[in-house]
Design a protein around this ligand. Structure first.
Ligand code: FDA
Length: 366
């Protein structure tokens, strides 16, 4: 008889939600993580009493009342609304593209004027069959928005010229003809009061967690401990990269503590010109309306991925998707393991989607 019902590899949101649901149903779980902390990519590190989003800015948003109620059981959320600002040369623009942005770009005041301006620019581009990302973007929003707010940012993100990127990366570009700087359209939005670690601690309350344990260094012993494995790491690694490694885009973060109360006046500022190597500066205290004496900021640099670097964004092109599908087929024949989460499914998921997926999978299996 095994010591545990489930060995859960990874203490990120997927692993933590699955563990919580299994524990609630009387299952004995062991959660392991190779990092020295719980929470996966939502983990926050405290610096100067500020919750620093160590793996990139995380803003919780959802339209699903059940998911919102679910997370609110563990921690209360504040009223933070994501309203990023873009700096392009010496100009300042509101995001997402809305009436404020159009006013800043062209001085237009009414939705009618803004629509006319965009339509004129789209028309004068003459693009009917976009062959790359640049043409696709211009055909959707015109040259000004593209040049000032999309081009440099996207080229930095992907490390390639927009003319060399496929058009499908940008399917739509939401434009909003209201003076509304709220980035998300979802009904519910906020940051956990006291930080994301509270959410993870609440989910994992009463569950055994072992940190600094890499599944692959003790695979056999760990597998023997439990009846079933829930695996939230990389699916290609789980199957010894037999069909090849899945590619990612990576990021580099440079974090600084500053001896001032307020550096940039907003949590998120995007730098959309190509000459500046970082894409954003995050000032963490503003996520929680912090009044600390100092401030902590993080420069976010897109980075070429190679094995060993943190895997942030899957590169879901044809080549990688084909490799992933081979792993997926293999996993479907494997009853000893349940795969879930962004690395196991090789898919970009927002937090609310990960929670929904973990709840669904735990419901199916428990
Ligand atoms: P996650 O990566 O969090 O957890 C997996 C865990 O498994 C990790 O802790 C890892 O150490 C562990 N692990 C892996 N292999 C292992 C092994 N071999 N042995 C032991 N442990 C192992 N979403 C959103 O809703 N709003 C937002 O604003 C953002 N912002 C954002 C910014 C950036 C830069 C990124 C990349 C992503 C976001 N997200 C987001 C998405 C969000 O980060 C994501 O949905 C969840 O963190 C995914 O949770 P998982 O549990 O799937 O993976």
């Amino acid at each position: 008889l095994s010591q545990y019902d489930y060995l859960i590899v990874g203490s990120g949101l997927f692993g933590a939600v699955f563990a919580h649901e299994a524990h609630k149903k009387g299952k004995k779980c062991l959660v392991i993580d190779k990092r020295n902390h719980k929470g996966g990519n939502v983990y926050c590190e405290q610096i100067e009493d500020i919750n620093v989003h160590k793996y990139g800015a995380h803003i919780f948003h959802t339209n699903d009342k059940d998911i919102w109620d679910y997370v609110n059981q563990f921690v209360e959320f504040n009223r933070y609304t994501n309203s990023p600002v873009a700096f392009y040369k010496d100009e300042v623009y509101n995001l997402p593209f809305n009436m404020n942005t159009f006013n800043q770009l062209w001085g237009v005041k009414t939705p009618e004027e803004a629509k006319t301006k965009i339509e004129e620019q789209v028309k004068s581009s003459g693009i009917t069959n976009p062959k790359n990302l640049e043409e696709q973007a211009i055909s959707l929003v015109g040259i000004d928005i593209y040049e000032k707010l999309i081009k440099g940012y996207t080229e930095k993100q992907w490390g390639r010229k927009a003319t060399e990127l496929p058009a499908f990366i940008i399917k739509r570009l939401p434009v909003r003809f209201t003076y509304d700087n709220n980035y998300f359209n979802d009904k519910y939005q906020g940051i956990p009061i006291g930080g994301y670690n509270k959410l993870i601690d609440g989910l994992l309350d009463g569950i055994e967690v072992r940190l600094n344990v890499d599944f692959f260094t003790q695979r056999e012993e760990l597998t023997r401990l439990a009846d079933k494995i829930v695996f939230t790491g990389k699916i290609d690694e789980y199957y010894n990269n037999q069909f090849g490694s899945l590619e990612y885009r990576s990021l580099k973060f440079e974090t600084k503590t500053l001896d001032q109360t307020n550096f940039q006046g907003n949590a998120v500022i995007n730098y959309t010109e190509s000459q500046i190597p970082y894409t954003r500066i995050i000032e963490h205290k503003h996520f929680e309306f912090g009044t600390q004496k100092k401030t902590v900021i993080t420069y976010e640099y897109p980075d070429e991925w190679s094995p060993g670097k943190e895997s942030y964004y899957p590169v879901n092109d044809d080549k990688n998707n084909a490799i992933y599908n081979q792993y997926k087929k293999l996993s479907e024949k494997d009853d000893s393991v349940i795969f879930g989460g962004r690395l196991a499914e090789y898919k970009y998921y927002d937090m609310h989607q990960i929670i929904a997926s973990a709840l669904k999978k735990s419901n199916d299996f428990l």
